[in-house]
Design a protein around this ligand. Structure first.
Ligand code: PXL
Length: 291
């Protein structure tokens, strides 16, 4: 039975303060007209980027029963979107959930949230990295940032990468199973501080790139916002390059809307000021195809 609006199971932590994970994902995907059903993997008083002494409640022991109840209710999902996990053990439970939902053929989106700027987040371990490498196998789309891509591929983190090498990274990640690979925060031309988003669709063999403006500020949670727009856009029927454009434009706008104010960046981008823009179609497109 089809649902009046599309429905996403969103498997992430709930961080109470700082506009990351579910606190960002729910408003963004809802604003795009899609129902979000949260599956909290952990509860934190704040995200871990820039806060100390946060309260961390790992919900691993409750995850199976939570999803088991949904299975009994026979809830169908158009998309299963996972991100920050509370422990490596959660991977087996979510893999089982993917299989249980298989008959509805949901879009499986995995954001392998593990680290940034060359380092793992405080609650992450190499065990998570190793398990993540097989977890991504059934995904339709994965969205690692440059750091997470390096960890998945067991590559040294670096400040620069040539276009040829970046394309190889995309192909190697696709060989691990995911049909579409999107890498964010890829360093652009050496010596410049710009970044770009690059993507590979293994179904048609095409590579895409969208350049991102450089703004000298780091706001936690922007990766969650980026992938949320990709999810909303793909479920609305956009092509991959248009989804990339919409996600880059939304995050750039959110950073610009925030940067002019003087407040602690660890509080995240001012989503509340820009959410309405998600209703507008893409007016100017800037994606490029990589030959
Ligand atoms: O935005 C990724 C993320 C998600 N959840 C938690 C985090 C982070 C990044 O720091 O700390 C708890």
């Amino acid at each position: 039975m089809s649902t009046p609006v599309k429905r996403v199971a969103a498997i992430h932590d709930l961080s109470g303060f700082g506009r990351a994970s579910l606190s960002a994902i729910i408003p963004i995907i809802s604003a795009m007209g899609i129902q979000v059903c949260p599956v909290p993997t952990a509860i934190l008083s704040t995200h871990t980027g820039g806060f100390d002494d946060y309260k961390f409640i790992d919900l691993s022991e409750h995850l199976e029963a939570y999803l088991e109840h949904w299975k009994k209710l026979n809830i169908s999902f158009d998309c299963i979107y996972s991100g920050f996990l509370g422990s490596p053990q959660q991977i087996d439970i979510i893999s089982q959930f993917h299989q249980d939902c298989n008959h509805n053929q949901p879009l499986i989106v995995i954001d392998p949230v593990m680290g940034d700027n060359g380092q793992l987040y405080q609650t992450m371990s190499m065990e998570m990295v190793v398990k993540m490498r097989s977890f991504i196998e059934p995904a339709d789309i994965i969205t690692p940032n440059f750091t997470e891509a390096a960890f998945l591929l067991n590559e040294e983190y670096r400040e620069n990468i040539s276009e040829e090498e970046a394309k190889k990274w995309l192909c190697r990640l696709a060989q691990m199973g995911p049909k579409t690979v999107i890498i964010t925060s890829v360093p652009d031309i050496p010596g410049r501080r710009n970044t770009e988003v690059i993507a590979f669709d293994s179904k048609d063999g095409r590579f895409w790139k969208v350049k991102c403006d450089y703004i000298p500020a780091f706001f936690p949670g922007t990766g969650d916002g980026f992938t949320s727009v990709i999810v909303g856009s793909m479920l609305q029927g956009d092509s991959l390059p248009i989804a990339l454009d919409r996600a880059v434009q939304f995050i750039s706008m959110a950073i610009r809307a925030s940067y002019g104010y003087n407040y602690p960046h660890r509080e995240g981008v001012l989503l509340e000021r820009v959410l309405d823009n998600l209703k507008a179609p893409v007016m100017v497109s800037s994606y490029e195809i990589l030959e």
